[in-house]
Design a binder for this molecule. Structure first.
Ligand code: AMP
Ligand code: MG
Length: 481
């Protein structure tokens, strides 16, 4: 294969935020999953990646000549409290490559050993959580939601101590960058105005080049990030995705979803849904995600203030106006998306808004599975109302709603293009990871087959479309895995 060329632009332009580092040696690396399609799109030869040399690249043990792997520094507000020095405690940026479409992509490893940012952590990751990130991020991509991608999971042959001893793994992940709100908080906290400038210019060049043309390029950067996040969070809400740990170090400047730790898809519709075991107060509950995104953007604005205007009051006024735009753009994206979900795209807002409000009330009151409902509603648009009706205990209420809705002539085919039938349901993910831990990867592969074609109903995949069995119980997810 032609030599892989990895640039080190981040490390060169922002050396204060990059610590040169090497991945820990994996004693017995073994490829568990490889994303051949993504590899192809990156100009990488999938057959070569399967060879011992390819696998060594995927765990960071062979570094292409000229590449400079680094651990990136960043800060972060974690559950509201500021941690000035987080950084890649168990991850490395191998470098940047240019994909087949000419876009710059970070090639990054997670679980590759402790770094100077590891604090008390061991720098490692277990097979289960890395496969979990692979499955959920690829499902998100297939749903059309901006996200980091997963290239491969490699078992290292090293054990990891958690509650029990587990097999260690490294995830090779691809992103349009790993710049986070926390990266700006880190640069701002150093008090080095030049570093903050360089970081903002780097982010503009990489993600929001049109901001460079604006009168106030740093305000334009803020507006572009807020806009990308408004659209992203609306997309999460429309599929019932709950990130679970929306700390500022887990919010990207690109507008891609990042860090699939305790995330999960909502099953029964309830805005208070929380799965993460450490989110005791429901800070990152489904219904709080838009306001938490706004809170994070306010922290981003604070970090950028010195660049917005020399007059602090003036800078604050600008930032507040731009934050207001986030709220409006989010609301518009959500409402357009919800109209699509019920097959009434572009219909009269004054009619559809109350219809949607009443629907969400009915879903909540009747404990309805969010994903199944909208897919069944597509059938109802085509005349088969029984599957959707069968979900409801309060049939009179739903029938009244159905009549109002059907009178508006919803488009069932359009609904099937936005309402997924297959998502990584919690019980399916757990089932697949349990099998993988015991050495059987076929359930992971079957689940991936289902969720990477989320809108297209296929024979033999019926069980992937169904809600969890009654005895699955209350679902819990974990951080710091
Ligand atoms: P996260 O909540 O996964 O985004 O991680 C927050 C911070 O904890 C980041 O700085 C991670 O690098 C660090 N971290 C998480 N798990 C580990 C680990 N096992 N070893 C070292 N650092 C870790
Ligand atoms: Mg993180």
């Amino acid at each position: 294969m032609t030599a892989l060329i990895l640039d080190d632009r981040f490390a060169r332009e922002l050396p204060e935020m990059a610590v040169r580092w090497r991945a820990q040696e994996a004693p017995d690396p073994r490829l568990l999953v490889l994303n051949e399609q993504l590899a192809g799109g990156l100009g990488l030869d999938a057959d070569w990646l399967r060879t011992p040399d390819g696998v060594r690249l995927l765990v960071g043990n062979s570094v292409p000549s000229g590449a400079t792997p680094v651990a990136q520094a960043y800060s972060g507000h974690q559950f509201g409290g500021f941690a000035p020095r987080l950084g890649d405690g168990r991850a490395l940026l191998l470098g940047e490559l240019v994909d087949a479409d000419g876009r710059i992509r970070d090639l990054h490893l997670k679980g590759s050993g402790h770094t100077p940012f590891a604090r008390a952590g061991d720098g490692l990751a277990a097979v289960g959580p890395m496969l979990r990130e692979y499955i959920v991020s690829e499902a998100m991509h297939a749903l059309g939601i901006p996200t980091t991608r997963s290239l491969a999971v490699v078992a290292t042959g090293r054990s990891v101590q958690r509650e029990t001893m587990l097999d260690g793994a490294v995830l090779a992940r691809v992103a349009s960058s790993h710049l986070r709100v926390g990266s700006f908080q880190y640069a701002a906290a150093t008090g080095d105005r030049d570093l903050l400038h360089r970081l903002a210019d780097h982010a503009i060049a990489r993600h929001h080049p049109q901001a460079a043309e604006a009168d106030n390029r740093y305000l334009a950067l803020f507006e572009a990030v807020a806009s990308a996040q408004a659209r992203l969070i609306a997309r999460w809400m429309l599929v019932g995705f709950i990130h679970g740990v929306m700390n500022t170090d887990n919010m990207t400047i690109s507008g891609e979803t990042i860090d699939y730790g305790p995330c999960a898809f909502m099953d029964v519709y309830d805005p208070e849904t929380v799965f993460s075991s450490i989110d005791m107060w429901g800070r990152y509950a489904y219904g709080n995600q838009p306001s938490m995104a706004a809170w994070n953007l306010a922290r981003f604005a604070e970090a950028l203030l010195p660049l917005l205007d020399d007059d602090l009051d003036q800078a604050v006024t600008m930032a507040e106006a731009a934050l207001g735009a986030f709220g409006r753009e989010y609301a518009a994206a959500l409402s357009a998306g919800m109209q699509e979900k019920i097959g009434l795209s572009g219909a009269d807002e004054t009619v559809v808004a109350p219809l949607l409000e009443d629907l969400l009330t009915l879903l909540q009151q009747n404990h309805i599975d969010f994903t199944s409902f909208f897919r069944d509603l597509g059938r109802a648009a085509r005349g088969d109302t029984e599957p959707a009706r069968g979900l409801f205990a309060d049939l009179a209420g739903f029938d009244a709603w159905l009549n109002r809705w059907r009178a508006l002539d919803p488009d069932g085919e359009a609904m099937d293009r936005v309402n997924p039938i297959y998502i990584p349901r919690n019980h399916l993910v757990e089932e697949a990871l349990t099998a993988a831990a015991a050495g059987d990867l076929s359930p992971v592969e079957r689940l991936l087959t289902a969720v990477t074609g989320p809108f297209e109903e296929r024979p033999g995949l019926q069980r992937y479309a169904e809600p969890a069995p009654e005895d699955f119980g209350r679902y819990r997810t974990f951080c710091g895995t």
